[in-house]
Ligand binder design. Structure first.
Ligand code: TYM
Length: 345
């Protein structure tokens, strides 16, 4: 029997480095908004996928610190801890994630995993001997994260859409073979509609706006981190790569740098992209425009970091304790259905 309680909205943010503006607006803010406004209708699950945090190499002596940094960032972003309709947990504290992954591994083709963009890109860049089996397997663990809690909506940035599609595929495949086992999350298009967007968000790197802003970027020159000095971050905006067309337009194809800054200005001021475009369209001074974006980013980070300083670790610990107990109960129930289906129980 499936859990017939409230539909579930769930997401996770890895702890492999400080979070970026992309992480904040792509994954964190949408779920925090839901937690603040929709928790009477939906169960909200936000977790740290700590097992996913070292699919690419990290400094392991920093991992605990990073996990806690993420938890604090979630609360600073507005996650309400005093709400029973919100669960906050760490993936590795719920062993069903690893156990379901093994089961799903055995129903997933190696070809299918080899075609995942993230895996292909990394393999092309550093060679397959240096890419871990963990990175290869990553989408299957992510599917387990989602399916264990019967999640319907999964707010993520555009870079995770392919993994979400895989989650739907493996869920449908298992349901076809074994009967109604898993809730199939909504298709990516329906997810966007639910979160009030026309497409997935992809904030670009400031130094190279053809690639996404990524927390694992080695130089960090084009990345705005949530905990970094607001003045330093403003400097990165002022140095952002643009073009020589001397006309501000939203055109991601021909003016990716300027378009990215329009996106960032809209997000950090809470205005719509259309409002920003009508304010700046056709103007020629990139200097003035960058200054406006730099001011907005500085103000955004200053405000966010003031909230971060207020976060109580004790309140987080208390929440983790109750949420992780609840998460284990829910996840174990789904795992047991899967174990029975494949004949393990
Ligand atoms: P991660 O930790 O790389 O990123 C966390 C969230 O941030 C989004 N994101 C972006 N959004 C817009 N522009 C960008 N430049 C940008 N960069 C990152 C990501 O799409 C994501 O929403 N596999 C996931 C973590 C995960 C997960 C899950 C998510 C593990 N299990 C289950 C949802 C459900 C990841 O690596 O995200």
């Amino acid at each position: 029997m499936k859990d017939m309680s409230k539909p579930v909205i769930l997401t996770g943010l890895r702890a492999n480095n400080d979070l970026t503006l992309g992480n904040y607006f792509g994954g964190l803010l949408p779920i925090v908004d839901m937690a603040k406004n929709k928790s009477d209708e939906y169960q909200i699950n936000l977790f740290v996928p700590d097992l996913h945090s070292f699919t690419t190499p990290i400094d392991h002596s920093d991992l605990q610190k990073q996990i806690w940094n993420n938890l604090r960032l979630f609360v600073a972003a507005g996650l309400p801890l005093d709400n029973d309709g919100v669960h906050l947990y760490r993936q590795s504290y719920v062993s069903a994630h690893s156990e379901l992954t093994w089961v799903l591994d055995c129903f997933t083709g190696t070809g299918e995993m080899s075609r995942m963009t993230e895996f292909k890109d990394k393999t092309a860049k550093i060679g397959d001997d240096r890419v871990s089996v963990g990175l290869f397997n990553y989408p299957i663990l992510m599917a387990s994260d989602i399916l264990l809690y019967n999640a319907t909506y999964v707010p993520v940035g555009d870079d995770q859409s392919q993994h979400l599609e895989f989650t739907r595929d493996i869920a449908e495949r298992m349901n076809n073979k074994f009967g109604e086992l898993f809730t199939v999350p909504k298709a990516v298009k329906e997810q966007h509609a639910f979160f009030g967007k026309d497409q997935g968000l992809r904030i670009k790197d400031l130094a190279d706006p053809t690639k996404k802003m990524s927390k694992s970027d080695e130089s960090g020159k084009g990345v705005i981190f949530l905990s970094e000095d607001p003045e330093f971050a403003a400097g990165k905006i002022m140095r952002a790569a643009t073009d020589d067309l001397a006309s501000i337009n939203y055109d991601s194809q021909n003016q990716p740098g300027i378009s990215n800054l329009i996106e960032i200005l809209a997000l950090t001021t809470g205005k719509t992209k259309e409002e920003i475009i009508s304010e700046w369209q056709g103007k020629s001074s990139y200097g003035d425009f960058k200054q406006a974006v730099a001011d907005a980013v500085r103000a955004f980070l200053t405000d966010f970091q003031a909230k971060l300083a207020q976060v109580s670790d004790e309140a987080i610990s208390t929440k983790l304790e109750t949420s992780e107990a609840a998460a284990n109960d829910i996840a174990d129930a789904t795992l047991l259905r899967a174990q029975k289906a494949v004949g393990l129980r």
